[in-house]
Design a protein around this ligand. Structure first.
Ligand SMILES: Cc1ncc(C[n+]2csc(CCOP(=O)(O)OP(=O)(O)O)c2C)c(N)n1
Ligand SMILES: [Mg+2]
Length: 331
């Protein structure tokens, strides 16, 4: 068992508070019509930030779903900068520099999981050290891609960590309508891989689980499926009204177990956290996201970039569309 040090926990909390602060800014930016639909991270912060801190950004990969980017500060400022480019609708938002081991976020549910297994297997074939962590939700765990990828990962003993964020909801579908399984981690047995359930609101427990899974993977002991149990504290996305389906008493109970408050309490007791530090972290987080937003809005946009990465050579119809876009852009 590897307990994170107090300094590591402090670094995790800083990232968690920054993420939630920036998520509020994103919500407002969407309401102002400056960015597209976004999926708030509220409730996922401990799992995502603690996972990033249990990894080595110089060798380990992260393949996100769509809720994670704000809590991946450990992987460098480029993650937020590209997330904002993505949010303003720019294709370059999905092209992180090669040195940043974070894949573009993925909206087509579970399609990132086979890629993660392939990437991990490829790293083994090329004798590259490191592991791959792939995030996906409880809803995504019903997709064929998850099952096929988990099966292949087991056969190949790929150094991959399948990190299922069980936040109890897939938009308005509650977990009990998603699966009859008592636990999502139990599915690991069917693939011959290691499976663990962790309290995803407990940053130290997540750090420990990811660290353990990483060590196993690096020692050639194969993949781990980690089910991190959390609760989605906000809307599914800016296009959702959860008051129509989330029972208020469930939300209230989940709020009493807020991951940020829990870690803050611990670090206040250690004398490492107080209101002043929190407000400095919030101020810094807001200035960072404002700076990233301004840069994204100023980033030059070529309309036909929409088609740049669809096919290696434009189809005849795309060629006509590209020309049409170009002539409109010139108007
Ligand atoms: C293949 C596919 N089917 C359906 C959707 C529509 N959709 C977007 S998010 C979502 C729910 C996903 O839930 P979950 O995996 O639990 O992630 P969460 O949003 O709870 O973090 C659905 C059904 C999609 N994006 N992709
Ligand atoms: Mg979910």
């Amino acid at each position: 068992m590897t307990r994170p040090s107090d300094d590591q926990l402090l670094a995790v909390l800083v990232d968690m508070v920054a993420a939630r602060t920036q998520a509020r800014r994103l919500w407002n930016l969407q309401r102002q019509g400056r960015i597209g639909t976004v999926a708030p991270i509220d409730g996922h912060e401990a799992t995502v930030a603690a996972t990033a801190h249990a990894l080595d950004p110089s060798q380990d990969w992260i393949l996100p779903q769509y809720r994670e980017p704000l809590a991946l500060q450990r992987y460098g400022p480029e993650v937020l900068d590209h997330y904002m480019l993505y949010n303003v609708g720019h294709p370059d938002g999905s092209r992180l520099p090669e040195s940043v081991r974070v894949a573009p976020l993925q909206i087509s549910l579970a399609t990132q999981i086979p890629h993660a297994v392939g990437l991990a297997w490829g790293m083994t074939l090329q004798d590259e050290a490191g592991v791959v962590v792939v995030f996906f939700g409880d809803g995504s765990s019903s997709e064929g891609d998850f099952h096929e990828a988990a099966n292949l990962a087991g056969v190949l003993r790929a150094p991959v960590i399948l990190l299922c964020m069980n936040n109890q909801w897939a938009i308005s579908t509650p977990l009990h309508q998603q699966t009859a399984a008592a636990s999502l981690a139990d599915r690991a047995v069917g693939y011959g891989i290691n499976g663990v359930t962790v309290d995803g609101n407990d940053a130290a427990a997540v750090f420990d689980a990811v660290d353990e899974a990483r060590k196993r993977a690096l020692a050639g002991q194969g993949p781990t499926l980690i089910e991190a149990c959390v609760y989605r504290l906000g809307a599914h996305t800016t296009a959702d009204d959860p008051t129509r389906y989330v029972p208020p008493e469930d939300l209230e109970a989940a709020r009493r177990d807020d991951p940020i408050e829990r870690l803050e309490k611990h670090l206040v007791e250690l004398g490492l956290w107080d209101d002043e530090i929190r407000s400095a972290v919030e101020t810094q987080a807001l200035s960072r996201i404002d700076e990233a937003t301004d840069a994204a809005e100023a980033h030059p946009l070529r309309a036909e970039a929409l088609m740049d990465h669809c096919l290696s050579v434009d189809s005849p119809r795309m060629a006509r569309q590209r020309l049409a876009l170009l002539s409109e852009a010139e108007l």
